[in-house]
Every structure is written in structure tokens, then in C-alpha cells.
Write a protein that binds this ligand. Structure first.
Ligand SMILES: *[C@@H]1O[C@H](CO)[C@@H](O)[C@H](O)[C@H]1NC(C)=O
Ligand SMILES: *[C@@H]1O[C@H](CO)[C@@H](O)[C@H](O)[C@H]1NC(C)=O
Ligand SMILES: *[C@@H]1O[C@H](CO)[C@@H](O)[C@H](O)[C@H]1NC(C)=O
Length: 207
């Protein structure tokens, strides 16, 4: 019984593990989202950072209709580019409110058809399959206006609890910041693990 209770407490705490900002670089190398696959929990933010003078956008779509905006919900960043090297000082932040898969694509020209796609929380529907059907999409659709997220300035130093994985110098002009996306999963896991340890510790104290 106590064991079950411990698990329940642990699970509850893990569910409330600190939200993290998940950095996703857009166009860091041609026609890519980096990382193109990530996991997120409800309450996390996806933070899209845009690179290069080539325009890019991010649009949430449905697996069944690649390169087309999601029928319900979703988000659209509008088009971003930079005037030189480095990343745009603005980012697009999206609050994650589901653990269902979120597929997304760049709606500029034929970027989506050419494979500029990504996914959050993939399940049995894979990014490879989405990308494959995107290749034969008849065109890319941009929603009429920005929605589902916020265009804001990237913070240059840690002022949010989890910003170590998301912040980058807004004026970065030479070397692109190291992609933080890859590290996010680890950070998130670490937080969950610490929460779990705390929960187990608390439960033991209660025994
Ligand atoms: C999740 O967010 C999207 C975009 O903001 C919104 O349209 C949708 O209604 C939200 N879903 C839930 C379950 O809150
Ligand atoms: C996702 O990104 C990785 C790393 O760049 C790459 O190897 C892989 O082919 C990409 N997946 C898809 C479906 O594009
Ligand atoms: C920047 O920091 C403020 C708090 O100081 C926070 O509200 C905001 O969400 C942060 N923005 C980004 C892009 O991390």
C-alpha cells in the first residue's frame, strides 16, 4: 500500500516538474529544425529560434495533412529571417498544452515539401512518415496571421528557471549558439528524477 502511495506521490510530483523551455533552432542548417524530434510535457514552452537570411516560419499541422495547418488549435509564427549571420533577436514561444504528437513545418515556398518538418511527442506516427508524405504535398499553407504563441525577444541571460537550456545572446553575430535542444530532454529528466527522489524521500519520512 505504502509503495503504491509512494508511486502516486512520485507521479504527481513528476507531473508538476518544473516547466522547461525547449529550444528548437530553425534553419541552423538549410531546411532543418534542430532538434527535429523532441519530447515535451504540458506546461513546457517550445521556443523557436530563427537563423539565416532565408525566410522561415513554423506552423503546427496534422499528421494526415502535411504542409497544411492543423484543423483545430495549433500555432503559426509568421515569417522570420535575419539580416546577417546569427539568429533573429525574436523568438516564437508556444505553450505546450497536450502530450499528443504535434507535427510542425516551415510554410515558406517549398520548404515543407523539401523536408523542413519536425515533431513534438511522436507516437506511432513518425516524423519520417510525415516527411515522406510532405514530399508529395501540393503546396504549403500559411495561416492568415500569427496565432497560438508569442513573438518575443530571446533572453540573453538566465532569468527564467529553465533558461539555461533556452537562452541565447540576442545579438549573437558569429558562431551560432550551441543547439540547446538536445540537452533539454536530459534537463527535463534530471528535474523529474530529482522530484521523484524528493517524493520518495518524503514518503519514507512519513512511514
Ligand atoms: C492548446 O493551445 C492551442 C493553441 O493556443 C489552442 O488552440 C487549444 O485550444 C489549446 N488546447 C487546450 C486543450 O487547451
Ligand atoms: C532528424 O534530424 C536528424 C539529425 O539531424 C537526422 O539524422 C534525421 O534524418 C532527421 N529526421 C527526419 C525525418 O528528417
Ligand atoms: C524572459 O524572461 C522573462 C522574465 O524575466 C520571462 O517572463 C520571459 O518569458 C523570458 N523570455 C524568454 C524568451 O525566455
Amino acid at each position: 500500500m505504502m509503495f503504491v502511495k509512494t508511486l502516486a506521490i512520485g507521479a504527481a510530483l513528476v507531473a508538476h516538474a518544473a516547466a522547461v523551455d525547449i529550444r528548437i533552432d530553425v534553419g541552423l542548417t538549410p531546411l532543418t529544425f534542430t532538434p527535429n524530434t523532441t519530447t515535451a510535457k504540458v506546461g513546457d514552452y517550445l521556443e523557436y529560434h530563427f537563423h539565416t537570411a532565408t525566410q522561415h516560419s513554423v506552423v503546427a499541422g496534422d499528421f494526415a495533412s502535411p504542409c497544411t495547418p492543423a484543423k483545430t488549435g495549433g500555432f503559426y509564427s509568421g515569417f522570420f529571417s535575419t539580416t546577417g549571420t546569427g539568429e533573429n533577436p525574436n523568438v516564437f514561444r508556444v505553450l505546450v498544452n497536450t502530450t499528443d504528437p504535434i507535427f510542425f513545418y516551415c510554410s515558406y515556398l517549398r520548404h515543407c515539401e523539401n523536408g523542413m518538418v519536425g515533431v513534438v511527442n511522436p507516437g506511432s506516427q513518425t516524423l519520417a512518415a510525415y516527411k515522406s508524405s510532405a514530399a508529395s504535398a501540393s503546396g504549403s499553407v500559411s495561416p492568415p496571421g500569427v496565432f497560438g504563441g508569442v513573438v518575443t525577444t530571446a533572453n540573453s541571460s538566465s532569468s527564467t528557471p529553465s533558461s539555461s537550456t533556452s537562452s541565447a545572446p540576442a545579438t549573437s553575430s558569429t558562431a551560432p549558439p550551441s543547439a540547446g535542444g538536445g540537452g533539454n530532454g536530459a534537463g527535463s529528466l534530471a528535474v523529474s528524477f530529482v522530484s521523484l527522489l524528493g517524493a520518495v524521500g518524503a514518503a519514507i519520512l512519513m512511514i
